[in-house]
Design a protein around this ligand. Structure first.
Ligand code: DHB
Ligand code: FE
Length: 282
């Protein structure tokens, strides 16, 4: 049987990709940013932890989707996905290889479980998906895991509620548990933490709010589930809403999930970098 063994959350700041792609990790500015992932990089290559498949929850930033079509929840079912050209060429990172059989199984299970997923058979994946992979796996020739892209609209309102995201996570857990092959599956939630990229409040960071969010991922996740959009906007800036994607990850784990690692660092570009690793205690 396939099992979700761990959940990981991380910001997906494009500048982290720049630091890695341009080998600038030794610069003073980037050292503490990349150090946030040191523990995770060691942990994830241990044989008992290494996932076969990562279900990677992310948002597309007008790279694959634009105002012509806006899927609320989309799952990538193709065999592979190329890194997107976001205006300065494709990132020099490997092609993302899917576990298409599991992806199709999850798509079917979710749809029969009343989640109307959009099925994507061709798309490029942007920094929302590739930066977390680089942060955790560095610069390998091939990504060492299969990746199922699951894209969430957090760009154009109306975006899904935190509660809806949580419920989707629960449904993903049911889908994985009903897949017969023995697989170690991780689920990653990306985006956040507090940030606003434009307008009068550009550069907004709310450390207190962010820290409490990190605390409550294990201490009081039910509180997080009920946070309304307006609170994300008010307290964490316009792009802080990306954090609802962490709740898909959290909803897929058991209530007893345990924090293994945490990092929080400001500044990282315009954003507070947040990173968590949670063990799925069953
Ligand atoms: C930044 C953060 C993001 O989440 C993103 O998608 C783009 C840019 C930033 O802080 O620079
Ligand atoms: Fe983003």
């Amino acid at each position: 049987m396939a099992r979700i063994t761990a959940g990981l959350a991380t910001s997906h700041i494009p500048l982290i990709g720049v630091a890695i792609d341009q080998n600038r990790g030794e610069e003073d500015y980037f050292k503490p940013i990349l150090a946030a992932y040191d523990w995770t990089r060691r942990w994830i290559i241990q044989p008992e932890n290494k996932p076969d498949v990562v279900i990677l929850i992310y948002n597309d930033h007008a790279s694959a989707f634009d105002m012509n079509f806006i899927p609320t929840f989309a799952i990538g079912c193709a065999d592979s996905f190329e890194p997107a050209d976001e205006g300065w060429g494709r990132r020099p990172v490997p092609t993302v290889k899917n576990h298409a059989e599991l992806a199709w199984h999850i798509a079917q299970s979710l749809i029969l479980d009343d989640f109307d997923m959009t099925i994507i058979n061709k798309m490029d994946v942007d920094h929302g998906l590739t930066v977390p992979l680089s942060a955790v796996f560095g610069q390998p020739k091939e990504w060492p895991v299969k990746v199922i892209p699951l894209a969430v609209n957090v760009v154009t309102y109306p975006v899904p509620s935190g509660n809806r995201c949580w419920l989707l996570g629960e449904a993903i857990a049911r889908a994985v548990a009903s897949f017969p092959e023995n697989l170690n599956v991780q689920i990653w939630g990306t985006g956040g933490m507090s940030h606003q990229l434009q307008g009068a409040r550009a550069g907004l960071i709310n450390k207190e709010w962010d820290q409490r969010f990190l605390d409550d991922m294990t201490r009081d996740p039910q509180r997080l589930r009920a946070i309304p959009h307006i609170e994300y906007l008010r307290e964490t800036g316009s792009e802080g809403i990306e954090m609802v994607m962490w709740l898909i990850m959290r909803g897929a784990l058991s209530t007893q999930a345990r924090e293994l690692h945490r990092a929080y660092h400001v500044p990282a570009s315009n954003t507070a970098l947040g990173h968590l690793v949670l063990e799925n205690v069953e």
